[in-house]
Design a protein around this ligand. Structure first.
Ligand SMILES: *Cc1c(COP(=O)(O)O)cnc(C)c1O
Length: 354
């Protein structure tokens, strides 16, 4: 068997949920498990997040599967319905649906007689992807409050800059125009806002990335936030090569040895989810020792510098990311964010519980 594998720590997932609880003690928690729980597996994550007050995701099929497997708490669809036939499905399985557009508002008219759903009205407060403009949101709020198919209405928005210096005040101001004086529940905060802006916590927080042990911030590490990376991507050295000065590595020969050196070839490539754009110098652990990648990442392999690990040989353990080397660091070296790395874990990589 090819030696690559992903290990998911249920203990780390549960620990990170506790960090959310401590950060937002008065709010209920929707654990966000979209994108196959950021690569960690929806079923596994839902089990680890048993203590959350609800689960939020995008795919109605996955929500229905969770319901059918016995999940009894709130199950929210963060992008709502995509076609009118889904109203009956959502009602039958007691799903909470976001309504972010006039089209989705009209879909509610097709709800079966007697059906009543929990609805989250999404207000566009400045991200400009989904949601009603403030003016339209006032009208939608009134329509939904009176709608025969609406059981409970929650007001919702999403932040664009909770993780950087622009903050959230500019969006909160817009949100308040719709929410002021209303006895409706509110759901606003993502991970960054949970950690940095207590005033946004409201009734329901929606943590994603922090539950998986990664930082939402460019300038604060997961460790500093008390988070534990839940996913380890591990493999092994499958070949050792001795290079002479002037030898080059991999496609396009982008790395050239200046002197004699030993390198290892690792069974992990971009078809496993490792970022192809990770440049020479991206951190990697060989036998627990930090070293660097060399040359282009190929589909099934990448090469690493064995200079700091002279004892390495075929079969030596490699950690691409995990508790000892945060995906955040690998992502930063590759010019992206950990979200992209962990979500991209490829289906061909076998996953085990750690
Ligand atoms: C993905 C998502 C979240 C979680 O965001 P993180 O930055 O991962 O915490 C929250 N709310 C909505 C609407 C989302 O789509």
């Amino acid at each position: 068997m090819r030696p690559i594998k992903a290990l998911i720590s249920g203990a780390a997932l549960r620990h990170n949920l506790d960090v959310v609880r401590r950060a937002a003690p008065r709010s209920r928690v929707f654990a966000v498990v979209k994108a196959n729980a950021y690569g960690h597996g929806v079923t596994r994550a839902a089990r680890a997040f048993e203590a959350a007050d609800g689960i939020a995701l995008l795919e109605i099929e996955a929500a229905v599967r969770l319901r059918e497997s016995g999940y009894a708490k709130r199950l929210a669809l963060l992008e709502g319905l995509f076609e009118v036939s889904e109203v009956a499905v959502a009602a039958r399985h007691d799903l909470t649906i976001v309504v972010h557009s006039h089209e989705q508002l009209r879909m509610l008219d097709a709800a079966p007689a007697g059906a009543r759903l929990d609805v989250m009205l999404k207000i566009n407060t400045g991200m400009n992807r989904l949601g009603f403009t403030p003016q339209d949101a006032l009208v939608a709020r009134e329509q939904l409050t009176k709608h025969r198919a609406v059981k409970q209405l929650t007001l919702m928005t999403h932040f664009a800059t909770a993780d950087d210096a622009r903050g959230v005040a500019w969006q909160m101001q817009v949100f308040e125009q719709i929410a002021v004086g209303q006895q409706l529940e509110r759901s606003i905060a993502n991970s960054a806002a949970i950690l940095r802006f207590p005033d946004t916590h409201a009734d329901w927080v929606r943590p994603g990335i922090m539950l998986y042990g990664c930082t939402p911030f460019a300038d604060v590490t997961a460790r500093e936030l008390g988070l534990r990376p839940a996913m380890t991507l591990a493999s092994e050295i499958i070949s050792v090569q001795d290079l002479r000065g002037g030898d080059r590595i991999g496609y396009a020969g982008t790395f050239e040895a200046t002197q004699t050196m030993r390198i290892g070839t690792v069974a992990c490539g971009y078809a496993d989810g490792y970022p192809r754009h990770a440049p020479t110098g991206t951190p990697v652990l060989v036998d627990g020792i930090r070293t660097r990648t060399l040359g282009r990442v190929s589909m099934d392999m990448l090469c690493v510098d064995l200079t700091p690990v002279p004892a390495a040989r075929v079969g030596t353990a490699v950690e691409l990311w995990g508790e000892a080397l945060p995906a955040d660091e690998v992502a930063a070296a590759a010019g992206t964010v950990s979200y992209e790395l962990i979500c991209a874990l490829a289906p061909r990589v076998p996953v085990f519980e750690a």
